[in-house]
Design a protein around this ligand. Structure first.
Ligand code: SF4
Length: 347
C-alpha cells in the first residue's frame, strides 16, 4: 500500500471541559483514553507513513492531568514533534499553577483565548458559567509569564453589537502596554468561523454585510492588521447568494486527499481525517480493526464525504442546498465544505 509522506495522528484522550456553540469539532462525549491507548494508536498507524507524529489531544489542548508526561511520550513516539501550538487550556491555567510556566518552557510566547463579547455572551457561547472570568484570569497569568494573550473573537448577529465591551476590556487590562513591557505585541482578530460541527447550528444568525459596520474601529483595524487585509469583506468573505451563483456554473470536483494528512481518533477509537467535524460522513474506520482499513478508506476516498467531494460537481450541491437569496457571509473554502456536509447529510 502507498505510504503517506507524513501522518499526524491526534487522540481525543480526555475531550474538553467546554461545549462551545461555535465548535467545529462538534459535541461528542469526553474520552477517557490511557497511555497504552496512545502507544497502541502509534503502533497501529505508524507503518502507513514515511514520517509519523502523534498528539494527545484535538479538542482542548492539555486537558489531561498528566499533560507534561503525555507531551514527553508523544515526543518519543513521533519522528518529528511540532512545537506547542499557540492554543491553550484556560480551564487548566486557572486550576494548575504549573501549567502556564510549562507553556513558556515549551517555547510558547503568544497564546490564543476566545471571547464572544461580555461575561453573559461569553459564558453562553462557551457553554458554561464562569468561563469569561476564567479567560480573563488566564490572560493575566499569561502576562505574568511573559506570554502575550491573543484574542480571537467569534461574531454572529446576536453578539456583534457587544464588541465595545472587549474594547473596554483591552483598555482596563492595559493589554497593549503590558505586552509591550516584555517586548511582545497584543494581537486580536474578529471573524465568524466556519459553518460545520456545532457552528452549523448558528447558520441562522450568521453575519451579513451590514453587521460589519458594528465592529468598533479599533477591533476592525487590529483584525485587518492581523490578517494583512485591507477590507473586512476580505476577512468575512462573500455573500452566500454570490457564492451560489458562481458555484452553480462550476462543474469542478474536489479531491480532499493530502499526501500528509492529519487523522483524529475519538474516545471510541473511530478515526476521521482533519477536514471538517469528525462525523459519520467522514469516518474512515475504527482503530481496533487495524490500520489498513483506515489508510485504505482515506486513500480510496471511501467515506461518503470524500467520495461525494471527489465525484459530485459542486454545482449540483449548490443547486440543491445553496440559498440563492442569502446575504450571509462565508469564505469560499468554508462554503464549499458547508455544501458538501449538507449534501452528504440530506441527500
Ligand atoms: S471550540 Fe475548543 S474549547 Fe470549545 S468546545 Fe470545541 S474543542 Fe472545546
Amino acid at each position: 500500500m502507498k505510504k503517506f509522506d507524513k501522518l499526524t495522528v491526534c487522540l481525543d484522550m480526555r475531550g474538553c471541559p467546554n461545549r462551545c456553540r461555535h465548535c467545529w469539532l462538534g459535541d461528542s462525549p469526553n474520552g477517557n483514553m490511557s497511555r497504552d491507548d496512545l502507544v497502541f494508536a502509534a503502533d497501529t498507524l505508524r507503518p502507513f507513513a514515511d514520517r509519523f507524529e502523534i498528539d494527545f489531544w484535538y479538542r482542548e489542548p492539555d486537558f489531561c492531568d498528566n499533560y507534561a508526561e503525555m507531551w514527553e511520550l508523544t515526543e518519543k513516539l513521533s519522528d518529528e514533534k511540532t512545537p506547542h501550538f499557540e492554543l491553550m487550556s484556560f480551564w487548566r491555567a486557572v486550576r494548575d499553577k504549573d501549567y502556564v510556566p510549562w507553556l513558556f518552557s515549551k517555547g510558547v510566547r503568544e497564546c490564543q483565548l476566545t471571547l464572544f463579547g461580555g461575561e453573559e455572551k461569553t459564558d453562553f457561547y462557551v457553554g458554561r458559567k464562569g468561563a469569561y472570568s476564567e479567560i480573563l484570569k488566564a490572560a493575566g497569568l499569561l502576562l505574568e509569564s511573559k506570554i502575550a494573550p491573543r484574542f480571537q473573537i467569534f461574531v454572529n448577529k446576536d453578539n456583534i453589537g457587544e464588541l465595545s465591551e472587549i474594547e473596554r476590556l483591552i483598555e482596563d487590562m492595559e493589554l497593549e502596554k503590558r505586552c509591550e513591557s516584555f517586548g511582545a505585541k497584543f494581537n486580536l482578530f474578529v471573524h465568524q468561523g466556519s459553518c460545520d460541527g456545532e457552528n452549523e447550528k448558528l447558520y441562522g444568525v450568521r453575519v451579513t454585510e451590514e453587521d460589519l459596520d458594528k465592529i468598533p474601529k479599533k477591533l476592525s483595524d487590529m483584525t485587518l492588521k492581523y490578517f494583512g487585509k485591507k477590507d473586512l469583506r476580505e476577512v468575512f468573505g462573500e455573500k452566500e447568494r454570490n457564492l451560489c451563483r458562481a458555484l452553480a456554473r462550476d462543474r469542478s470536483t474536489f479531491d480532499l486527499r493530502e499526501s500528509s494528512p492529519v487523522f483524529y481518533v475519538d474516545g471510541c477509537f473511530d478515526v476521521y481525517p482533519n477536514i471538517s467535524a469528525p462525523s459519520s460522513i467522514y469516518k474512515l474506520g475504527n482503530l481496533k480493526n487495524g490500520g489498513e482499513e483506515i489508510a485504505e478508506s482515506y486513500l480510496e476516498n471511501k467515506s461518503s464525504a470524500q467520495k461525494a467531494s471527489a465525484e459530485v460537481p459542486v454545482c449540483e450541491m449548490a443547486e440543491k442546498y445553496g440559498d440563492f437569496k442569502s446575504e450571509r457571509l462565508f469564505s469560499a473554502g468554508d462554503y464549499r465544505v458547508y455544501l458538501l456536509n449538507k449534501y452528504c447529510a440530506l441527500r
